[in-house]
Design a protein around this ligand. Structure first.
Ligand code: SF4
Ligand code: SF4
Length: 197
């Protein structure tokens, strides 16, 4: 068996986060990864402070989108300077102006906070994200009655390797299915738990 924490594979996909769960057992520890899958419902783009969520990233650089974004930042800055109270009202009552038909029009350069959401202190507390609510239920059933250590990771780094027996893995799958895991989440879970040794 490899020791815990050995980094193994890099899964190309939309950025997301996952938790690496280590289970303690008399017969030796084992582990699985539980990934978060965003359903792209766009709801978080209507929450407070949509555009104050950190710097922009672009892969590859999209200068047109950068220019549009910076113009908008400037415009928002002017509104704030003119009347902070009106600005607060605007920013809490208006969905993000980059959201069109529930799709982010600057997705490839969206701010870091949007990229990370709900993998932030504020994000983890939100009640509004159905995917997050399911993720929390899934984590709870996996942890139930077990001594565990949980590590949260963002996907831009290689995925932590896992170690489990066939029986342990099948029990996890059964629990996750009972907890309402969707087919898409199940398939991502399988991707994140491929053994590479
Ligand atoms: S509310 Fe949740 S599921 Fe919907 S887009 Fe935001 S992170 Fe994704
Ligand atoms: S920039 Fe995109 S991802 Fe971020 S809040 Fe606006 S629409 Fe949503």
């Amino acid at each position: 068996m490899k020791p815990f924490g050995v980094k193994s594979m890099l899964i190309p996909m939309d950025a997301t986060f996952y938790v690496h769960i280590e289970f303690k057992a008399k017969t030796g520890g084992w582990s699985v990864n539980l990934p978060f899958l965003c359903s792209k419902c766009g709801l978080c783009c209507t929450l407070d402070d949509f555009l104050t969520a950190g710097k922009l990233k672009s892969y590859p650089p999209n200068f047109q989108a950068h220019i549009r974004t910076h113009k908008l930042y400037e415009e928002l800055g002017k509104r704030w300077a003119a009347d902070p109270v009106k600005y607060d009202r605007y920013i809490t009552q208006t969905p993000c102006p980059f959201l069109f038909d529930r799709i982010c029009s600057i997705y490839e350069i969206r701010p870091e906070g949007c990229r990370q959401f709900p993998n932030t202190s504020f994000g983890m507390l939100t009640q509004n994200c159905e995917s997050l609510n399911r993720f929390k239920r899934q984590l709870a059933v996996l942890k139930q009655g077990k001594s565990t250590k949980i590590f949260r990771h963002f996907v831009e780094t290689p995925i932590i390797s896992v170690q489990y027996t066939k029986k342990q893995y099948q029990r996890c799958l059964a629990k996750l299915c009972n907890a309402g895991m969707t087919e898409a989440e199940l398939s991502l879970f399988c991707e994140f738990n491929k053994k590479t040794f």
